[in-house]
Design a protein around this ligand. Structure first.
Ligand code: ADP
Length: 158
């Protein structure tokens, strides 16, 4: 029984995140998608809005996933929910340096929790929440890059 936690900003969820979630539900006995509430970051969507968009996506895909929010140290939160593994996605080489540093620090803080990485899929590896917000703000159609309902929410927000 391995419980994985997939933390992130998900501002908003993209097809890249959804791809990682779909693959992870087949690998772990349970999966919690955890939205980071970071007072130092200024997200476009509130934590509740981000949760609703993730909820709509996983309901649509009929996935058995728990969604939660957390503030503060990830390893502390992972301990609280008794997660065995932290799950992250890796896109290009540019993700690697930061993720490597993060995983070493998290292991130092909590040696019993390992970080597991899934490589992005070829057709979603270029997707990031930031780029999608930028394209939407400039009037581009992002429907094919994000799960159901997200493009409409972006249009309303921007
Ligand atoms: P954070 O702000 O913590 O990086 P994100 O919401 O941007 O949160 O991403 C959460 C996780 O999902 C990170 O591990 C990130 O590398 C991964 N991720 C983001 N976009 C993709 C994608 N297109 N394919 C695979 N993994 C991704």
């Amino acid at each position: 029984m391995v419980h994985a936690v997939y933390p992130g900003s998900f501002d908003p969820i993209t097809n890249g995140h959804l791809d990682i979630i779909k693959r992870a539900v087949k690998m772990f006995s349970s999966l919690t998608v955890a939205i980071l509430i970071n007072p130092r970051k200024k997200p476009l969507f509130t934590a509740n809005e981000r949760l609703q968009m993730i909820q709509a996506a996983i309901t649509h895909e009929r996935l058995s996933v728990k969604i939660d929010m957390f503030e503060g140290l990830l390893v502390e939160y992972a301990r609280q929910i008794r997660a065995d593994v932290i799950l992250r996605g890796l896109r290009a080489v540019s993700d690697f340096e930061f993720e490597f540093q993060l995983s070493l620090m998290n292991r130092r803080l909590e040696p019993s929790i390992n970080t597991v990485y899934l490589m992005a899929s070829a057709d979603t590896t270029y997707l990031s929440s930031g780029l999608i917000k930028e394209i939407a703000a400039l009037g581009g159609d992002v429907t094919s890059f994000v799960p159901i309902g997200v493009a409409e929410r972006l249009l309303k927000k921007l």
